[in-house]
Every structure is written in C-alpha cells, then in structure tokens.
Design a protein around this ligand. Structure first.
Ligand SMILES: N[C@@H](CCC(=O)N[C@@H](CS)C(=O)NCC(=O)O)C(=O)O
Length: 191
C-alpha cells in the first residue's frame, strides 16, 4: 500500500485516521506542529498547514472527512449516512472550538467572559450534553467511524485537560471502554 499519512501524534483529527487505518499498511510521517522544520515541510505540501493530510501516489487529500470518504471508497468501507455526517459535524465543531480556545490560551488570551470565548464554551458544553444523551443509543463498536471520532475528541480533551468531563458520566464510560481496544491503545497521545 502506498499511503502516507502526515500528522502529529496528539491531534484528534489525525488519530481518527490512524485508527481507521489500523489494519492497513501505511507510512506515518510525523509532523510536530511546534517544530519549525516540520512547519517548513508542511508548507511544501499544504498552504493552509493543517493536518491530517493523506497522500496516495499522485492523489493528495487535505481534510479528515475527505480522507474518510476517499478511504471508504478505496477500502470498501460503509459510506456515512446523513445522520452520521451530522454527528461528525457536531464532533468537528467541538474539536475546532477547542483548538481555537487552546490557541487563544497559549497566546495569553484567558478572558473567558470575552464573547468569542463564551460562544466557544457554550458550543462545547451544549454539544457534549447532546452526546451524553445520544451515546445511550450507541452500541459500542470499535469500527464505527463516528464512535472513533467521538472517542478521539474525548480522549484528547482528557489528555490536554481542556474541559472537565466529570458531569458526563456516559461519555466517560464510553471513553474508558474504547480505550481498551487494541486499535486505540497503540496511537494514544500518552505514548
Ligand atoms: N477540518 C480539518 C481540521 C484539522 C485541524 O484543525 N487540525 C489541527 C490539528 S488538531 C491543525 O492542523 N492545526 C494547525 C494549526 O491550526 O495551525 C480536518 O478535519 O482535517
């Protein structure tokens, strides 16, 4: 298999693709977003400098959802339904809000009363509350891509200590169960 995945180890967007490719032979090209040389390497492949990026011979794909859709065809996986796409959009929204909050915090903007910050935290909490209920409808399935993405988000939140998950008991149970699968253990950001 001629697949190369470019990405960092802690990124939840990258981890979902690594989990998806659990049974597939691929090259993982580590990009440390904090490293200047890696930033130069990244700029050579993408002007927007976001990861994950997948390269399959002459084909290059720049977004995790597009990567899923590409791999679903290539590997004969199930296409996502509209409902699954919607759940994925909710997961991505929380992920993006947390990436923004983290960047602002590391740039010294810690004022959580600021309108932008307040809006991000509202979105994050309300969507986690939504999934706290929604998850009761899921049957645990390590090959379900939506569950994979939700797990990557929750485990990244826990790893980076971004938001307390204490009030989300169902989500915490889900995260613990998912952590025990072989396909999630080997790409933990804690390794
Ligand atoms: N919509 C993109 C989001 C990817 C994304 O935000 N990746 C983050 C890492 S978690 C990134 O590349 N951040 C670099 C930056 O913001 O400079 C996807 O689904 O692939």
């Amino acid at each position: 298999m001629s697949l190369t995945l470019y990405g960092s180890i802690p990124s939840p967007y990258v981890r979902r693709i690594r989990i998806l490719l659990h049974d597939v032979d691929f090259h993982f090209e580590v990009i440390d977003l904090m490293n200047n040389e890696d930033q130069v390497k990244l700029l050579k492949i993408s002007p927007v400098r976001r990861i994950p990026i997948l390269k399959d011979q002459d084909t290059i794909i720049y977004d995790s959802r597009q990567i899923y859709n590409y791999l679903a065809k290539k590997l004969s996986l199930k296409a996502l339904t509209i409902h699954q796409e919607n759940l994925l959009t909710f997961i991505d929204e929380v992920n993006d809000s947390l990436v923004s909050v983290r960047l602002l915090n590391s740039s010294g903007f810690n004022d959580i009363q600021n309108t932008f910050m307040r809006n991000q935290y509202k979105r994050i909490k309300d969507t986690l509350r939504f999934f706290e209920k929604e998850i009761t409808l899921f049957e645990l399935d390590e090959s379900d891509y939506v569950q994979v993405c939700l797990f990557c988000l929750l485990d990244w939140i826990a790893y980076r200590e971004l938001v307390s998950l204490e009030e989300f008991k169902n989500l915490e149970n889900f995260r613990n169960s998912f952590s025990s699968f072989e396909r999630t253990k080997k790409n933990s950001p804690r390794l």
